[in-house]
Design a protein around this ligand. Structure first.
Ligand code: ARG
Length: 463
């Protein structure tokens, strides 16, 4: 049984077992062992360069740390609940291996700056990975929008049919949304890339350490200047979780659309069997569970954001043990967002769209009503008047069980003498789309332009 604590000097009694159990974070912070050891190696190398440790002391500690890493990786050294946290476990193992010299590792450092360092290192690589998954999903969406280019579908506002749009245009909206997510992640990564190490407990240290050297060794852009801020701050984690919350909110919207689109009621899309599930009771069912789960997991991410904000609210400076509670939400957000991005890209690859059904739905409805009004405006009517007339045409069609496609010109003329035979062409869904002129609109030329831009932007991005 290892000695549990590294601070027994002042105490007459050991920590009660249940207190250790309650306060231990090793069960979830053990995942940080690689970052912890990398940070310790950079720290001892710096201590030796600054003559706080001799070169041979540094080498012995470094070699032992590297072998501890191997021991953890091969399962020879287990990070168990006997230790309070990963930092203590590694340090204890170090002293077991090299004796009292192991105790020199912690010179000029505290677990308060150590945990902030580990988290920043861990998040930095998590962001790199998540960004790649965002890029991958953008590429899948871009590929899909190229494949379905030309397909016209009903576009919605208020979940009510509104105007014909290109399906590609709709898919590309998500590429734009994901681009902002990507940027937010990059900005977060840039801001977190400062080293807190050397802040020690919070006030700094009496040893002549070189914080910038450690920062450089660990590829940080510099140090967190104020040592009190360095150990008290969790903004980087909250920013990351906020960025992930927005990202998954975007996914949840698409997930919801997939759920809707794959219903019989919509019939716009289907997901292949390999990404849907059946029902244990209703033999006919084919359920979009992957999309539903992405939608559902969104709540977990928001929950993590609220947990972190609440944990930090009103905390007096500097470090407080409350902050240990940041680990579970942090790891959960990283793995959940990663899984969601990954599965969503696969679901999308295995989704196909029902062009004929979408076209049929357009034909048997009034989504080009705005175009009919625009037509009358072109003939000289003020838009409000044109809107009114078109509304009446729609009401007439509904009460006579007709669509724009089968109302005749003479009937139309009763609503306005401005109608001519060319109106029927003008309000075809395909023409509704073609006639759009504004930048960023659903006009095929505009959508083609967006596709070209994204091909250029995403094509040269590494990942
Ligand atoms: N396990 C702790 C955490 O995650 C590490 C820092 C502990 N510091 C302390 N003074 N007890 O926050």
């Amino acid at each position: 049984m290892p000695t549990q604590t590294l601070w027994s000097g002042r105490f007459k009694e050991p920590l009660a077992e249940i207190a250790l159990k309650f306060s231990s974070s090793i069960e979830f912070d053990k995942i940080l062992y690689e970052e912890d050891i990398a940070g310790s190696i950079a720290h001892v190398e710096m201590l030796s360069a600054c003559k706080v440790l001799t070169a041979s002391e540094m080498r012995r500690i470094r070699t032992a740390l590297k072998s501890i890493q191997k021991e953890i990786e091969t399962g020879k050294f287990e990070l168990t609940a006997d230790y309070e946290d990963v930092h203590m476990a590694v340090e204890k193992r170090l002293t077991q291996k090299i004796g009292a010299l192991g105790g020199k590792l912690h010179t000029g450092r505290s677990r308060n700056d150590q945990i902030a360092l580990d988290e920043r290192l861990f998040l930095r690589s998590a962001i790199r990975e998540i960004s790649k998954l965002v890029l991958n999903l953008q590429r899948v969406l871009l590929y899909k929008s190229e494949k379905v280019f030309g397909v016209v579908m009903p576009g919605y506002t208020h979940t009510q049919r509104a105007q014909p749009i290109l399906l590609s245009h709709h898919l590309l909206a998500y590429v734009s949304m994901l681009e902002r997510d990507f940027e937010r992640l990059q900005e977060c990564s840039k801001r977190l890339n400062k080293s807190p190490l050397g802040a020690a407990a919070f006030a700094g240290t009496t040893f002549p350490i070189d914080r910038a050297m450690v920062a450089k060794k660990l590829h940080f852009d510099g140090i967190v200047e104020n040592s009190i801020d360095a150990v008290s701050d969790r903004d980087y984690l909250i920013e990351f979780t906020a960025a992930c919350s927005i990202l998954i909110m975007h996914l949840s919207r698409f997930a919801e659309e997939l759920v809707l689109w794959t219903t019989k009621e919509f019939g716009f899309a289907q997901i292949s069997d390999s990404y849907t599930t059946g029902s244990s009771i209703m033999p006919q069912k084919k359920n979009p569970d992957m999309a539903e789960l992405v939608r559902g997991k969104t709540g977990r991410i928001y929950g993590a954001l609220i947990s972190l904000l609440t944990m930090m609210k009103g905390l007096p400076l500097a470090y407080n043990r409350d902050m240990q509670e940041d680990k579970k939400p942090m790891f959960d957000v990283i793995s959940t967002v990663r899984q969601c991005l990954y599965i969503f890209a696969h679901v999308l690859v295995h989704t196909s769209f029902n062009k004929t059904h979408m076209e049929e739905e357009l034909r048997t409805d009034f989504l080009s009503a705005t175009d009919m009004a625009d037509y009358l405006v072109r003939k000289g009517l003020p838009f409000r008047e044109a809107h009114e007339i078109t509304g009446k045409v729609v009401a007439y069609c509904i009460s006579h069980k007709m669509y724009f496609g089968n109302i005749d010109i003479d009937t139309l003329k009763q609503f306005s003498a401005k109608f001519n035979g060319d109106i029927f062409d003008y309000i075809l869904p395909q023409n509704s789309v073609n006639q759009k002129q504004s930048a960023g609109s659903t006009n095929p030329h505009e959508v083609k332009k967006q596709i070209a831009v994204w091909n250029r932007v995403l094509g040269k991005r590494r990942g």
